[in-house]
Write a protein that binds this ligand. Sequence first.
Ligand SMILES: *Cc1c(COP(=O)(O)O)cnc(C)c1O
Length: 376
Amino acid sequence: MTDKKISEKLIKEFVKNYGTPLFIVSINDLKSRIKNFKNYLPRVMPFYAVKANPCPQIIKLFIDEGLGFDVASKNEIENVLDLGAKPEKMIFANTVKSPEALNTAKRNRIDLMTFDSEYELVKIAKYYPGARVLVRIKVPNIGSVVELSLKFGAEPADAISLLIKAVKLGLKPVGVSFHVGSQCTEVANFIEAIELSSIIFRDALLKKIPLEILDIGGGFPIPHSDTDDDLFPMMAEKISSEIDRLFDVNIKIIAEPGRYLVGPACTLITRVIGKSIRDNKHWYYLDDGVYGCLSGIVYDHCKYQFKVFKKGQTQISTLAGPTCDSFDVISVSEELPELEFGDIVYTTNIGAYSIATATNFNSIPPARVISINQEV
Ligand SMILES: *Cc1c(COP(=O)(O)O)cnc(C)c1O
């Protein structure tokens, strides 16, 4: 399942036609990700977390496929709307919203949003009276590669008083949301979060605040290299049965998957543009690096697998990026055959938190993006 082979012929053809660095989005792969998600979590309506990869090709397909969107800023809202998304299929899921972004949400009637503090509630009530709000609670992020509970989430014990406060401020409390941390490989985080949420649903009802939406957030893991297991099917089955056990069928369940939907659907192709031997070790300088589409190495704590077509005796080598910063080192321990200028080095499963966080440092623009129908 994880050993997906993009053909050598195809990659070389793309390189010839488009040059490098090249970021390839596979439409077929995106479609099968959506299908998988829906198959394994049939009760859950996905709202794609736009921040994972905002490429218009991806957003457009997701609109056509009927997905909702998790947006977090004024520009994300406007970009997704411009591409044709419906306001009623969007959730403003940043717990810290700027006044401008709230104005934009209000103007476009994107009235569903999350919060995790009283201050935010007061702000929402000021800029978007009557908005529908979900309280985001702090849940265990144990073992998740990117911890989010360090920055977000109200104490579950405070959830009820916050929901009551929302009512007092004229807002409409409609549910509970959480995020177990990105690339979450511990299903227990989800299970515990769902259980905590169900207690809040019950207590809210006792306070005459009937809730209708549970938002289980993102965090669904993907295999980043060919040797990683795909944990999603097992986790999704447990999540599904826990939802069924604790939540009545009339409760709407939504999620905000980012990485899961786009990660495995994209490939980055680079070429060797420089070479040296330093301390007896081969260094290869690629035309993309940590300031570009490999920024996930820094921000996403991601370990990518690098592949080449070159055959031959391998040795431990260093891969570095094209910028003038010594921080721009991609990997110091790649087993590689001897590479020459122009040789291709590529990475699969790089759809999430890659081009989204790429910069223009040294005036080197992020990789060119193309979308294709083949699988990668
Ligand atoms: C980043 C984020 C997501 C997406 O997380 P993934 O781990 O990519 O699935 C979803 N919801 C919120 C609020 C986020 O901040």
